[in-house]
Design a protein around this ligand. Sequence first.
Ligand code: GLN
Length: 556
Amino acid sequence: MNANPQTPCMASAKYIFVTGGVTSSLGKGIIASSLAKLLQARGFSVTIQKFDPYINIDPGTLNPYEHGECYVTDDGAETDLDLGHYERFLNIPTSQANNITTGRIYNNVITRERQGAYLGKTVQVIPHITDEIKRNFMLLGETGKYDLVITEIGGCVGDIESLPFIEAVRQLKWDIGEHNSLVIHLTLVPYLKSAGELKTKPTQHSVKTLLEAGIQPDILVCRTEHPLPLDIRRKMALFCNVHLNSVVESIDAETIYDVPLLMKKEKLDERVLEKLRLSPEREPDIEAWKDFLGRLKNPTEGVTIGLIGKYVELRDAYKSIAESFIHAGAQNECAVSVRWIQSESLVSDHYESVLEELDAILVAPGFGQRGIEGKINAVRYARENRVPFFGVCLGMQCAVIEFARNVLGIVDACSTEMERETENPVIDLMEDQKKITVKGGTMRLGAYPCDVRPGTLTYEVYGRTRVSERHRHRYEFNNAYLVQFEAAGMMAAGVNPDTRLVEIVELRDHPWFIGTQFHPELKSTVMNPHPLFVSFVRAALEYATQKKMLVSKAVR
Ligand code: GLN
């Protein structure tokens, strides 16, 4: 790092910062991903990282209601769900380095302080914390793998907790010299119905806050429900000190996957390249993306899939699953309508009537006792009625418990997560988890290999014997029961080659019944929909068709 602002060093990568103002939830992650997509489509190698202002070291210890899904990377980092968007848009994996929190920054500095690295000095927010933020801003850029690093700063400008990040951005701009970095500021231009007007004042104030921190944004991206007329754009350009062509409209879109095309129309990528003095290698090649959108928007059929979970009131808790259905639906030219079902509701006498309307059932991941019996009822319904069933992580564990109770007749079978003293722990804490007492980052996390058994449906779906999938759990299938399960028709269709842990179960005598201990949804992207989801949606379609035929026969 060049500490002297007067002698700028040559940065190997260029840095784009995305800040937000006016309100949270404007979609900085989608704007960052869409811009990255366009730059990637022009031949640049791009990565995106997220800097979050909260004090947790990572979001792994946060309740999903609080923060939505925890996205897990190949290298086992528990990260913000925006990293899922980065991967789904760019089709390249992220890692621990792509998500940094204030907690991690302070942790690094404090650990170093205890090691004596700052002996004699008072350790302070400036320069020690801001230096550590800058060092982390540049880590991925310094690998030499990327032409451009986009950094999304969580929260809103003006928040007390994001001040050190904003200050670090200000300093870094100086450190690396002109044309090596730029700031995109995302704001909201609200429409006041009573006045019949779009309002620019919140944007002006937000830019003023950024200016107070010493940062002049280079580009404004304005979220709006209505097209921005020229006079409104002019006003914002004038009062926010940006060029007219750097006021970019970001109008509400039908799907997040439209946003790259909308940004291309607004020339966001061109502005960025001009300001960074980069010559575009080519026009963006986004034909495959457009094909995907074409399939997504012109489905020839439709299915309704139930997602049974205990956090369904906050859909972000299952973000990657919902997106995987979108990718898999487009692949099948089939509109997937997800019905969000609270697992706790599936214990009443009439729960079957809720499930009858579905063309397939997915039992979602989760933790703890709440909602578990409803999930087990959903599995039972799917198994007995030959409805396509997909169990993900806890969903697979529920499938195992249900099979033990209702097929093997082990009526008290359970997971030790729900019932520590159960006599029949068909799901049990993994051996190496037994000595762990610390909570953050200590689950079985990240990518592990899995051997898929030839002759199974899973093998047919993947078309290969060795796969790698991402994990986040502490409990596992108890191999002491494996022989019994297989004899009765629930097969271990995938096992870890090193530990023999069962990673996939499958029912022999069922059209589509698969449970995975891993999270396939974390690897589904627009360009690479996950094969298990693609096949599951196809199975739902087949089931729906059969159901229709039966009904029409009955009518005749
Ligand atoms: N609670 C279960 C476990 O820890 C499942 C976790 C999950 O669904 N991600 O094993």
